[in-house]
Design a protein around this ligand. Structure first.
Ligand code: ADP
Length: 342
């Protein structure tokens, strides 16, 4: 019992000063009111006993509250709660209850976020290893076959060398895209925005794609905007966007044409890349911007795709405060577009 009293009193330590001041005031008034010394002393003893008892009860109450909070924290630590509604404190602690519920929600969403990051990281690593393995094994296979004697077989030697060469190109494309995506995702991408003439800019870029389109007998058509239209963006990064979108448009088109259009509304210029290619199945449209997602893996690889091009495009356009839109019909063609500020 004494031990309990001691614990309760020690828990009420925070109120000692208030009670001391209260007792002094009461004693002072007792001194004024009571003219007999006996009554005065009785009142002092009474006040002390009263203060002492109240302090014990306060301490007890405080211990009960702290225990309640301790139990809640313990349960959170042990993952006993599945929903914040399971967290219940007595009425006088209701303000704390709301705070604890919010903290519980925050911790839960932080953990979910970290788990998601960890999953993405593991998946990314697995994908990278897989993507690296494919061309390396292929190169190894061709070189070994050549060393085993095929080098002297004039019917196959050049073909094997060309194939090995194509895989080294794929490997180098993949490494370049990986460097780009890791720079972008680690926040190291420095943007440099300025106004530039969009017609001149696109005319220059498509020069590089003429040969690629000609080789496939595909028409490359540019529909410029009004001559003086200036758009706001990072020219270097946008070159990569245009390159990736145009490469895809030509890569995934067997006949017909690839068009580049610049349209405008009140505040934006809209850049559209449209092709008459193989198109994208509707169910895959919202996945094509994911890293390493390809509608047809074999086809993408055979045309030198890395599966990272559209993920890079998405990041760069988002860094411009915009987003990429896509429309596509299987076997009819695709259209990618994005807006830039005027
Ligand atoms: P890849 O290097 O494989 O082309 P991307 O990230 O550039 O990777 O594109 C992802 C996938 O989206 C491609 O593998 C392809 O299946 C599809 N795709 C992208 N652009 C087009 C297009 N213009 N026409 C048809 N399919 C496309």
């Amino acid at each position: 019992m004494w031990n309990e009293i001691r614990i309760n009193l020690s828990s009420a330590r925070g109120y000692f000063l208030e009670f001391f001041v209260f007792d002094v005031i009461i004693i002072f008034f007792s001194f004024l009111i009571f003219n007999s010394t006996f009554n005065f002393f009785i009142s002092i003893i009474f006040i002390f006993i009263l203060s002492f008892t109240i302090l014990i009860f306060l301490g007890k109450h405080r211990i009960a509250e702290l225990n309640e909070i301790k139990t809640i924290i313990y349960n959170i630590r042990k993952n006993i709660y599945t929903s914040p509604d399971e967290i219940k404190l007595s009425n006088n602690l209701f303000m704390l209850q709301d705070e604890i519920k919010m903290m519980f929600d925050k911790v839960r969403s932080d953990i979910t976020y970290l788990k998601r990051l960890e999953r993405i990281r593991t998946e990314f690593l697995a994908n990278v290893s897989h993507e690296l393995r494919t061309p390396i094994f292929a190169i190894q296979g061709y070189v070994e076959t050549l060393l085993d004697g095929a080098i002297n077989d004039s019917k196959v030697n050049m073909r094997f060398l060309e194939k090995a060469n194509q895989h080294t190109i794929n490997l180098s494309n993949l490494l370049n895209d990986l460097i780009d995506i890791s720079m972008i995702e680690s926040g190291e991408m420095r943007m440099s925005f300025r106004y530039f003439n969009i017609n001149e800019y696109i005319s220059k870029i498509i020069q590089d794609f003429k040969i690629m389109a000609d080789e496939k007998n595909i028409e490359l058509v540019f529909h410029p905007a009004r001559e003086s239209l200036q758009l706001f963006g990072d020219k270097d990064k946008l070159k990569q966007v245009m390159t990736n979108l145009l490469t895809n448009a030509i890569k995934y088109t067997e006949k017909g044409k690839v068009e580049i259009l610049v349209e405008e509304d009140n505040n934006y210029g809209i850049i559209i890349i449209r092709d008459t290619g193989i198109g994208i199945p509707e169910e895959d449209l919202n996945r094509i911007f994911e890293r390493f997602f390809r509608v047809d893996k074999a086809r993408s690889r055979s045309v030198g795709g890395t599966g990272l091009g559209l993920a890079i495009v998405k990041h760069i356009i988002e860094a411009h405060g915009s987003n990429v839109e896509v429309k596509s019909k299987l076997n009819e063609g695709s259209e990618f577009s994005f807006r830039l500020r005027k």
